[in-house]
Design a binder for this molecule. Structure first.
Ligand SMILES: *Cc1c(COP(=O)(O)O)cnc(C)c1O
Length: 221
């Protein structure tokens, strides 16, 4: 068995073992990974891939265009990249500014609505992207009016520097907001939290979409 197959099986076993009574979507984060490894993951059944860097992603999309892949953009968004992101991805996880959302919405005209998550800066670190949670309600209301965006949920990158106790508090706030949004907005159904080193913890705290890179593909180049 290859490493990629082993790694994917291992993650699936872990997901089964949490038995949280909901399905978990695995986004395979393929940034800075070799094409052969990505193709291997595709051949083992993985269909959803996440990328952070637009130019790198566009190149891979071209090289992999014969495969039926759902591409997710999970990196920071510069305003001059909005058009290409809107045109070439099915999901964007990292919406945190109205100016960007508006541009992406305009660029998506004529295509099926783009699935988006609003990124929350849950740990309130100044170096991190994302909205502070208290600004979410008005932001989400605005986004809901954009016809070419489909608001699907929330995304966050919890700090790995903090105590379990603090993490539980942060996850709790996020889950609470997510549950409220699910009731308010008809398409909201995804809480995108959890990476290689914390996805089990994230799932225990309510995540149902995880973004895993190095645990599938190994260390990045
Ligand atoms: C790189 C990245 C991941 C995957 O990280 P791993 O630790 O390799 O699993 C997930 N989410 C985001 C936003 C990333 O930038």
């Amino acid at each position: 068995m290859t490493d990629i197959k082993k790694n994917l099986d291992n993650i699936k076993d872990n997901l089964m073992s949490c038995d949280v009574g909901r399905s978990i979507t695995l986004v395979a984060v393929s940034k800075q990974q070799e094409l052969t490894k990505i193709i291997e993951a595709i051949n083992w059944g993985q269909r959803i891939f996440g990328e952070n860097y637009l130019q790198e992603a566009l190149k891979k999309q071209e090289q992999l265009k014969e495969y039926d892949i759902e591409w997710h953009f999970i990196g920071p968004i510069q305003s001059n990249k909005c058009k290409l992101i809107a045109e070439n991805f099915s999901w964007v996880h990292t919406i945190d500014r109205l100016k960007i959302a508006k541009r992406i919405n305009e660029a998506r005209e004529g295509m099926p609505p783009l699935n988006i998550c609003i990124q929350i800066n849950i740990s309130r670190e100044s170096t991190k992207s994302g909205l502070f949670i208290e600004n979410l309600d008005s932001f989400a209301n605005e986004i809901e009016g954009y016809n070419n965006l489909k608001l699907r949920g929330l995304m966050a990158i919890p700090s790995n520097m903090i105590s379990d106790k603090q993490l539980t508090i942060e996850f709790g706030l996020l889950k609470d907001k997510f549950e409220k949004m699910k009731k308010k907005y008809k398409n909201v159904d995804k809480l995108s939290v959890g990476m290689s080193n914390d996805y089990m913890k994230a799932i225990r705290h309510g995540a149902n979409m995880i973004r895993v890179g190095s645990n599938i593909f190994g260390v990045r180049k």
